[in-house]
Write a protein that binds this ligand. Structure first.
Ligand code: SF4
Length: 305
């Protein structure tokens, strides 16, 4: 743990005994919130790229991506974690997931795997497949975004907070590490709503959390709301306050894997301040220092976290 919070680097060093690197891979996965199963519009903040590189559909299989993208970290002697980042990687029939897991486990020098997905794309059969994958470290990046069901409905997530809780508990019970994704500045939410979501995940058996500022990106439904003035992004100062207070409300032992969102090149519509990632990180750390905030120093008073 650094002076203020447990970083992913520190958590991975403890886990693997050395520096570790997540290698982002694209498995060509789909999403039920885009293919018409739940909806075709997707979550309000997401565009058709789904946070992905699109490499799979450009003809690069997992092995080809791995050979190219893992080379620098391998040369540095780092532990390599294969990370399926884009879309919902446990969506579809269990046989597809089984095939993906076999392919990932066969990647040269793979030390662990991490799959990004939605909580409603996990059932007992898929959790059993993940738990028995032939790799020592299995992690899920699980989207929640907000613990408020009204917000989840407003942003068209297609699942509620209880669905996330069930998936996180079932995965953790099977020995799978779970990282929760939360967003500050979602439509209709302020700093206190974000802190309520932090309390919610803090009370669950998650091992990591990623904080994101809500971005308006080109092509996402939120861009239309922003254009008509029906969505106003969170102010930079409020986001800094949300992250710093969120760290203070977060159960110690949960790795803080991200402090802010990374807009894809050319996609950011608003807020403009999100483009200066390094300046934002600097000011978050300065605020933690100025207010002497440490992870868990202000746990929710009800004892849940
Ligand atoms: S954010 Fe994830 S769950 Fe939502 S539409 Fe995009 S890919 Fe699907």
């Amino acid at each position: 743990m650094n002076a203020r919070y447990l970083t992913l680097a520190a958590a991975y060093r403890k886990r693997f005994g050395c520096r570790a690197k997540k290698i982002p891979l694209d498995a060509g996965s789909a999403c039920p919130n885009r293919d018409g199963t739940l909806s075709r519009g997707g979550c309000a903040f997401c565009n058709a790229a789904g946070s992905g590189t699109g490499l799979y559909h450009k003809g690069f299989g997992l092995r080809a991506q791995w050979d190219r993208l893992a080379a620098p970290a391998r040369a540095r002697g780092e532990a390599l974690v294969a990370y399926l980042q884009s879309f919902s990687n446990t969506y579809g029939p269990p046989a597809r997931l089984a095939g993906l897991l076999a392919e990932l486990a066969a990647l040269p020098d793979v030390a662990g795997i991490c799959l990004g997905t939605r909580p409603d794309c996990l059932d007992a059969e898929k959790i059993a497949l993940l738990a028995t994958a032939p790799v020592a470290h299995v992690q899920l990046d699980l989207g929640l975004q907000s613990a408020c069901d009204a917000t989840l409905a407003r942003i068209h997530r297609g699942h509620d907070a209880a669905c996330f809780a069930r998936a996180a508990q079932a995965a953790a019970a099977a020995g799978i590490r779970v990282t929760a994704h939360l967003m500050a500045g979602l439509p209709g939410e302020g700093v206190e709503d974000f802190l309520t979501s932090v309390d919610f995940v803090s009370a669950l058996p998650v091992t990591g959390v990623k904080f994101h500022n809500t971005l308006v990106v080109a092509g996402a439904p939120l861009a239309a709301l922003y254009g008509t003035g029906d969505y106003v992004p969170m102010a930079r100062e409020d986001f800094i306050a949300a992250v710093c207070q969120g760290i203070a409300r977060l159960r110690p032992g949960i790795a803080v894997e991200r402090l802010n969102a990374d807009p894809a090149p050319g996609e950011l519509v608003a807020p403009a301040w999100a483009a200066d990632k390094q300046g934002l990180l600097r000011d978050i750390r300065a605020r933690l220092d100025a207010e002497d905030l440490r992870q868990g120093c202000r746990l929710a008073p009800d004892g849940l976290s």
